[in-house]
Design a protein around this ligand. Sequence first.
Ligand SMILES: [Zn+2]
Length: 332
Amino acid sequence: MTSYTELGLVNTKELFKKAVSGGYAIPAYNFNNMEQMQAIIQACVETKSPVILQVSSGARKYANQNILKNMARGAVEYAHELGYDIPIVLHLDHGDSFELCKDCIETGFSSVMIDGSHLPYDENVALTKKVCEFAHSQKDYVTVEGELGVLAGVEDDVSSEQSHYTQPEEVIDFVSKTKVDSLAISIGTSHGRTKFKPEQCTRGPGGILIPPPLRFDILEEIEKKIPGFPIVLHGSSSVPIEYVQIIEKYGGKLTDSVGIPEEQLRKAAKSAVCKINIDSDGRLAMTAAIRTVFYEKTDEFDPRKYLGPARDELKKLYAHKNQNVLGSAGQA
Ligand SMILES: [Zn+2]
């Protein structure tokens, strides 16, 4: 059994308090391998941003949780070596059972999400409460994220055909009964790179899909019910058209890609939204860089020569997110 403090990590408590009052959001970037971890830490050290290293259950299966734990420890030391000790959280994304959350907490995670959003309301309350009781009673307090409302889209093991917006009238009851530390809500974001069906969008120049706006009215209702309570947005990649075009130019096919415009995320980050999850954009950045190398240097077969540029592109993307979208730059 390992406590996260032994790894040099922090929970989200103080970070969220400062983010809500400061009008910015903490980045939650997913990682599965060394290059992603390095890019995240390089970008966040350079921009002096706190960061949430996020692990999905798919990442645990892919990389092994003990390896990920030790990579998080390595991330803390790496930031120190780069010259600036930023606060780093190790967070379980979309925990689907009490046992999984418990296992992660005992492995050294400083924060977990229990996602009971697909369950009937009372079962979601009961499951979330059980995880909170366990997490909060640890020697070092582990923070818990719950979810109300369902996001559409596919993300690793999480998928849903349709979205269901969070119902503002449920949030006070949910937060007070479960004692969660933060709440993920559904206001129109979505998992994956095709966040909306073409028929939900309008078309811009060149046939580019323009998505419907986020439901800021629902966010405002929720903020009125639980003022200052930390809110989380999942599925908040912007799916940059530049990356989609590079990937398609070099042989890929990413039909009907559409994300959440960055201005809308910037607006959300200024509210009680204090954690924004970004995964698909990182996947696109790496894939665009790798396809470019494969196309331009057909005799290249050293993995460092394509994973290196992919890491550089990812770092550039995340530095941009911290500075221009989330507003977390300079807050560490
Ligand atoms: Zn998610």
